[in-house]
Design a protein around this ligand. Sequence first.
Ligand code: CA
Ligand code: CA
Ligand code: CA
Length: 275
Amino acid sequence: MKRKVIILMFAAAAWQSGAGLIWYDGFDYSPGSSLGGQGTWVNSNSGDEVTVAAGNLSVGGLAPATGNMVTYGGAGIDPYVPFAAQSAATWYSFVLKATDLGSLNTSGGYFAGLANGGSYAAPVWLRSDGSGGFQIGISKRSDSGAVWSSSYAVNSPMLIVGNYVFNPNSADDIASLWINPDSSTFSGTAPLPALTTGATGTDLSSLNRFYLRQDSASTTPSVLYLDELRIGQSWGDVTPVPEPSTCGMIAGVFLFGLVALRSWRSRRRAAPDAI
Ligand SMILES: [Ca+2]
Ligand SMILES: [Ca+2]
Ligand SMILES: [Ca+2]
């Protein structure tokens, strides 16, 4: 019986950890410090740093945020985090809050995305809608035309989920984006994406980086906050739900033990005494 309880507890732990999660960063670094050089983050290009800001960006229904967050905008350094090369569908999610668009134009630019080396895949775009709000876009590659969402207002945290799907022929890979997906789908099955594109751009053979990108004052908002970055192999990996509370788990294990004990006692009472 003891062995069964231990196996059940290990199974629960494996399920909670998200078997295909490649990378999680809650940005648990000192506020005010540069992201480049923290953990495995590497800086590329030049200019000002992406910096750590105090506090978190949270989304209802998603696993609780941890650590701090990062802030960046305009021109500057593009830090990336490397990961083991993936040649199957690769997913990412993060929480985004744009607080100041600055002189962002209506063409915009991409501010985050997967990559193979320095070659972007499924980059996320942001452009001014010309009326004080902004639109989010996605393209297959950085030189592919982006497809765009409707307008959003500044100062609202939004959950962004994206993926890059490899297909067997040339020019058939696809990038998709979800914006504020329904929390009832978290850890489950992906709903239909808000945006999908695969029309143009050369396919890649694998992916091994995720970038945060600061392009220029006219193509990147002047103040973005980004938090709770996840890279994984499925929708469920990048949309985890809160784990059961420690109290709940202890209560569950205690109840399971109590039932097992009662069942063992009743079996013992029913069995004839050995002579
Ligand atoms: Ca965080
Ligand atoms: Ca900057
Ligand atoms: Ca392909």
